[in-house]
Design a protein around this ligand. Structure first.
Ligand SMILES: [Zn+2]
Length: 206
């Protein structure tokens, strides 16, 4: 994959998501994989003003920094992207945003519990995930929002190791926001739009 074209796609999405109020100020992070490395938005960059130079390159295997422009450092949430890429070989892009509806949902996941599978409403939009069953019985994982982000990443890793790949291409961190993935930036964006709609429906049903 040509990293430059995917970085341009991610930059465009950053501006779009900022306009949609999914990435206020510096919140959220976007990445795409290029073989053994991935490119992710640098820490502290305003998402409405992001450029394709505001990305750093990180190792898929261990999350170490491979290269970065002067003054750039990886997002604090890089470890979540690293565990997505290292645990899910099909993932070519990962998108993490802080939407209003995802923060309105409360599931009461305990700190010691770490994560829980929750039922997903079997509504039309799940066809965006390639699921065509009528009224499927699906669930999605929700994680506790540890202040120490690598602890969240470890719990995502533990979830996939023990339970396998999630049934749908996303996870939610409670009181924080969703992370979605797809084979490409375009597919991940399609998934994120579907997830946003799903979480809007769930938030309004409370
Ligand atoms: Zn976040």
């Amino acid at each position: 994959m040509d990293p430059n074209s995917s970085l341009q796609e991610l930059t465009k999405l950053s501006h779009t998501y900022y306009e949609r109020q999914w990435m206020y100020a510096t919140a959220g992070n976007l990445s795409s994989r290029a073989g053994d490395v991935f490119w992710i938005t640098a820490s502290g960059k305003h998402k409405g003003e992001l450029t394709d130079k505001d990305f750093v390159c990180v190792s898929v295997e261990d999350g170490s920094l491979v290269s970065a422009g002067v003054g750039l450092k990886p997002s604090a949430e890089t470890s979540i992207h690293q565990v997505v890429y290292s645990s899910l070989p099909d993932a070519g892009a990962a998108l993490h945003v802080h939407t209003l509806d995802s923060n309105l949902l409360e599931f009461g996941i305990g700190k010691e519990e770490g994560f829980r599978d929750l039922p997903l409403p079997p509504i039309e939009i799940i066809k965006a995930f390639g699921i065509w069953d009528e009224k499927p019985n699906l669930s999605f994982p929700v994680f506790y929002n540890h202040t120490h982000v690598p602890t969240i990443a470890q719990e995502i890793k533990r979830y996939i190791e023990t339970k396998g790949k999630p049934q749908v291409p996303f996870l939610l961190i409670e009181g924080h926001g969703p992370t979605v993935w797809g084979k490409s930036v375009a597919e991940a964006n399609k998934h994120l739009e579907a997830v946003h709609f799903l979480l809007q429906v769930m938030a309004r049903r409370i």
